[in-house]
Design a protein around this ligand. Structure first.
Ligand code: OAD
Length: 232
């Protein structure tokens, strides 16, 4: 089977009711990114940051995958699919995608404040544990922190993601403004002969100037069109 590698961003989950970051009224308008998505913000006000991620976690219980997530999962009938997502929600998994690489972490997990990337300390929360409190500790005795890659932190999954990009037969980008590196640079690892598709209702500039087949639609409608182009 040919390998379809997909890079997704916040726009993938927009139709599920999860706000994007940089669109008008997006999350970074309401919550300053320096406060809730940097190690410095966490050090300055751990309670505020803990509350912010508790809210995001609880939102997962009220949303569900949209048609775009489902169609992407259905593409596994025709392709060997790898989803590389910048999203911290679990909607790709819940839609049935079997290989999902989370570049920016996962809301459903928490970890040690001292060694956030040590697998021994990464823990999956059950829904009844979604409300993390200051004072809850990891196995090493440190405060439990969200398993989220904050700005300024290393992105441990990027090497794995690059490997998949280098092996792609078809590459697809959905719902990301391509503002945040290293994720935005993954396209540069996709071999030159590989066709690249981009689904987004807005125009997304491609820094390298590489030609892209643009489907200027939302994720659900865009996936219907992509499926038509690739498999029907
Ligand atoms: P952005 O908010 O920067 O971009 C969202 C993109 O989704 C934009 O290009 C929108 O046009 C598009 N979009 C909006 N509605 C859509 C829909 N219905 N269907 C498809 N696309 C739609 O979000 P990201 O690019 O994902 O990182 O942001 C990247 C990273 O920045 C995030 O992972 C997060 C953020 O800060 C961290 O928190 C570390």
């Amino acid at each position: 089977m040919k390998k379809l590698v997909v890079l997704t961003g916040a726009g993938m989950s927009a139709e599920s009711g999860i706000s994007t970051f940089r669109d008008a009224g997006g999350l970074w308008d309401k919550y300053p990114v320096e406060q809730v998505a940097t190690p410095e913000g966490y050090a300055a006000n751990p309670q505020l940051v803990t509350d912010f991620y508790n809210e995001r976690r609880k939102q997962l219980l009220t949303v569900k995958p949209n048609r775009g997530h489902e169609l992407l999962a259905e593409m596994e009938q025709f392709f060997n699919v790898t989803v590389i997502t910048q999203n911290v929600d679990n909607l790709h998994e819940r839609a049935g995608s079997s290989r999902v690489i989370h570049l920016h972490g996962e809301l459903t997990k928490v970890t040690s404040s001292w060694q956030p990337n040590n697998p021994n300390y990464i823990k999956e929360l059950k829904p009844e544990e979604y409300e993390v409190k200051i004072g809850d500790v990891a196995a090493d005795g440190s405060q439990l922190r969200p398993f989220i890659v904050w700005f300024g932190e290393a992105v441990p999954m990027i090497e794995t993601a690059i490997d998949y990009c280098e092996q792609a037969d078809v590459f697809l980008i959905i719902g990301t403004s391509l503002n945040v590196y290293p994720a935005a640079g993954l396209l540069n690892y996709v071999p030159a002969h590989v066709p690249v598709y981009l689904i987004d209702p807005k125009q997304v500039p491609i820094a390298s100037g590489r030609p892209v087949h643009v489907i200027q639609k939302g994720a659900s409608e865009g996936m219907v069109e992509l499926k038509r182009l690739l498999v029907e």
